[in-house]
Design a protein around this ligand. Structure first.
Ligand code: SF4
Ligand code: SF4
Length: 406
């Protein structure tokens, strides 16, 4: 029998009316299962997006939601939360494909984020996410790396003309994954910005994580704190625009920061948007088009969530001679597996989704997969290494940096 201590009242502070309507609209038809990469590679019932929806609604109905004002609240058994945590909640990369995959285009992603915040606040988050939360708290990055190492790529790779924490019109927000893991993305972006004669600077030692991993953890408050900090630094450096090479940072800066803090007034550009701008103005001139077969992997948060699909293709058509599309691309892109810190949270899921995406590129006999996000670069590179594939994985800034004309 459940004791009183095992029952609790969950906070619904992050569940506004719009999200509530989205949740109530779900008919549990499970059509969304066909779009979910986690379900595609696991065939696990709990991975079906509708499972999360059913469980979330069960919590709400138990507590009586807004009816509680009249009827009084009923506590939720703690085991319901641990059941959600240990089964389907984290069988999910937060890729958002279940939104266009839903017959009513229910905004599931935001519901999964709220559900994660409830599970986190009640102390039922997965142990690996709690480690990430601890690292974010102490080191302002999710990888348990010292904050002082954040700029190590500048020394190691020696990009040209780098300013750190100085006043500039344009700031390059590097993000944690390119700072600590996929460093060639950071150095290539820095080299391009300098070669474009941009008045630019890095945030320097004051750059903190963008807050995207905090949302995966379920710690919305910390995400907001990071947002406020990064915005303050950008203001203090007198910048008017922020360029980022990470699809997750892009979503945070472009949409989540204004949502969390009110309007911020900065122009936010992903590197693909910046490169297209430079191509159009004539500032960017490329030479030595790649002759091999090149395909583009759309990062979920840049394409499906960000709407940026034509810019990378325009750049690739200038940088390569033989561009081919994968079947599941643009807004319907198949996840690389790397979102929601899945590499740390569920290695098996991360591996299987990355392997599947690599297989899709192999079907069209691509030699190169180009992407626009350090999580994608990492997930797909690891997939290629695991299978011994000859596929080469690059970020779009790496390809462009190699082709810059003097
Ligand atoms: S966000 Fe992606 S992984 Fe998560 S349930 Fe939706 S489709 Fe599946
Ligand atoms: S397709 Fe939409 S309505 Fe059907 S179960 Fe999935 S989220 Fe609910």
């Amino acid at each position: 029998m459940t004791s009183l201590a095992d029952r609790l009242f969950i906070s619904l502070k992050n569940l506004d009316g719009y999200k509530l309507i989205n949740m109530e609209t779900c008919t549990r038809c499970a059509t969304c299962a066909h779009s979910c990469p986690a379900y595609a590679v696991t065939r696990e019932d709990y991975a079906v997006p509708a499972w999360k929806s059913v469980e979330f609604r069960r919590l709400l109905n138990r507590q009586r939601g807004s009816l509680s004002a009249v009827l009084g609240e009923r506590p939720v058994p703690r085991e319901w939360l641990s059941n959600i945590s240990t089964k389907g909640l984290y069988l999910c990369t937060l890729c958002g494909r279940c939104m266009p995959g839903c017959v009513f285009t229910i905004q599931n992603l935001e519901l999964w984020e709220v559900l994660r915040s409830i599970i986190y606040e009640e102390g039922e988050a997965s142990p690996s996410l709690l480690e990430i939360a601890d690292s974010l708290q102490k080191k302002m990055n999710p990888y348990s790396r010292d904050h002082g190492e954040r700029l190590s790529w500048v020394k190691e790779l020696g990009p040209e003309g780098v300013k750190e924490g100085q006043r500039a019109k344009t700031l390059y927000y590097v993000g944690c994954t390119s700072s600590y893991q996929e460093k060639t993305i950071a150095s290539s972006t820095a080299n391009i910005l300098s070669r474009m004669n941009e008045d630019w600077s890095l945030f320097g030692k004051d750059e903190w994580c963008c807050g995207d991993p905090n949302i995966a953890v379920g710690d919305q408050e910390k995400a907001e704190e990071f947002a406020k900090h990064n915005l303050e630094v950008a203001s203090s450096l007198g910048a008017s625009r922020i360029v980022t090479s990470c699809a997750h940072c892009y979503r945070m800066w472009r949409w989540k920061y204004p949502e969390m803090t009110g309007r911020h007034g900065f122009e936010i550009l992903h590197t693909t948007e910046y490169l297209q701008e430079c191509l159009r103005s004539g500032a960017l001139k490329l030479e030595g088009k790649l002759a091999a077969r090149v395909t583009y992997h759309d990062p979920c948060y840049l394409s499906r969530l960000g709407g940026v699909v034509e810019e990378p293709r325009n750049i690739l058509n200038s940088a390569s001679e033989n561009f081919v599309e994968m079947r599941e691309g643009k807004f319907d892109t198949f996840c690389c597996g790397g979102g929601a810190m899945t590499e740390t949270v569920d290695q098996k899921l991360w591996t299987k989704i990355g392997d599947e995406r690599l297989r899709q590129a192999e079907i069209i006999e691509a030699d190169f997969i180009i992407s626009g996000c350090p999580f994608c670069r990492r997930s797909l590179t690891q997939a290629a290494e695991r299978s011994g594939s000859k596929m080469q994985i690059l970020d779009i800034v790496e390809l462009v940096a190699k082709q810059l004309k003097d």
